[in-house]
Design a protein around this ligand. Structure first.
Ligand code: CO
Length: 250
């Protein structure tokens, strides 16, 4: 049986951030050693930037076009949640269903309650702290799936962790909502961690950047001492294993 594994990511133009995507890709490829590996990037801007640097960069359509003759094609997004991007991937996959009868689509990393509980355990173990709150920076979306972020804070509360806060750059709750909670709870020290696959532009600039409105500077303006962790979730082995668990369920 001829098999293909197509890993789909948004992509990143920050070279140092790519190691998180690469690590997740390697782990998933190792779960399907019999499959030929293909990488698709959903962001046209990032594809353009990479091509301008002389690197190869393909959309999911371009890759699926080339996979006629494969008996089984597994499309696995590296996306954290169901959302606008995932909906588009699903539409593309549906459009190829007749041409590629063995085509299946994997779920995002956080596809249900168990995944949120697993990630909560992973993050608590990865970032041992004492007397320091943890503030997670998610991306956020207008999509209904944005509810994963406040739900994740609730998952942590229900485990007894009242010192972990979840905010988003582009969705709800925002950094203002997080600061209100930090002040109400009398937090004096905080560790900032991206709740994103990669520590790319958002983590480097919106979270840890030098601008006065970066999360780091907004927290420091409130008298909170801040430490920044500049690594994406994809760098954590336990997160790579969670992606692989999803892949094996297909
Ligand atoms: Co963004």
């Amino acid at each position: 049986m001829k098999q293909a594994l197509v890993i789909v990511s948004f992509g990143t133009s920050v070279p140092a951030a790519r190691k998180s995507i690469d690590a997740v890709t390697r782990a998933m490829a190792a779960c399907m050693p019999e499959a030929d590996l293909f990488l698709a990037l959903t962001s046209p801007t990032i594809r353009r930037k990479l091509r301008a640097r002389g690197e190869q960069a393909f959309s999911l359509e371009e890759i699926l076009e080339a996979l006629a003759g494969y008996d089984r094609v597994v499309v696995q997004p590296t996306h954290l949640l169901y959302g606008i991007e995932y909906d588009r991937i699903r539409e593309t996959v549906a459009a190829f269903a007749r041409r590629l009868p063995g085509l299946v689509l994997g779920t995002p990393l956080l596809a249900g309650t168990e995944d949120l509980q697993a990630l909560a355990g992973i993050l608590l173990e990865a970032h041992p702290r004492s007397g320091e709150a943890m503030v997670l920076m998610g991306h956020g979306t207008e999509h209904f799936a944005n509810l994963v972020y406040p739900a994740f804070q609730t998952v942590l509360r229900l485990r007894g962790c009242s010192d972990v806060y979840v905010g988003t750059v582009e969705g709800w709750p925002g950094i203002g909502d997080v600061i209100d909670q930090l002040k109400a709870d009398g937090v004096k020290k905080a560790l900032l961690v991206p709740m994103m696959l990669v520590a790319g532009d958002h983590a480097c600039n919106d979270m840890a950047g030098l601008e006065p409105d970066s999360w780091k500077n907004q927290l420091e303006a409130q008298g909170i001492a801040v430490r920044c962790h500049l690594e994406g979730l994809g760098s954590l082995e336990a997160v790579q294993a969670l992606y692989c668990r999803h892949l094996r369920m297909l």
